[in-house]
Write a protein that binds this ligand. Structure first.
Ligand SMILES: [Zn+2]
Ligand SMILES: [Zn+2]
Length: 89
């Protein structure tokens, strides 16, 4: 049975907070545990002035850092511009 990974979620939030100056906001953090693996995803709002390359560099950095700290977690980051409208769930 899949279940949310509360502890991993807390640690993901901590890593994100350490990089708070490099993005505008994050939201929709979701985790799903499957066996020994945890799959996480989130939306990252970045400054509109950021180039695609810069945004990619940032997400790569976050994904790699998380991979190093939490090897069991696979994180997928969806980058969106600051002004993107959220579709309510
Ligand atoms: Zn979003
Ligand atoms: Zn870092």
């Amino acid at each position: 049975m899949d279940q949310a990974a509360t502890e991993e979620e807390k640690r993901i939030r901590r890593v994100l907070e350490e990089h708070r100056s490099r993005f505008v906001d994050y939201h929709e953090l979701k985790t799903r545990r499957s066996g020994n693996q945890v799959f996480a995803e989130l939306h990252l709002s970045v400054d509109e002035a950021l180039t695609v390359g810069e945004a990619h560099e940032l997400t790569d950095h976050l994904e790699e850092e998380l991979q190093a700290k939490l090897p069991e977690v696979t994180l997928t980051i969806h980058v969106e511009p600051t002004e993107a409208d959220e579709v309510p769930e």
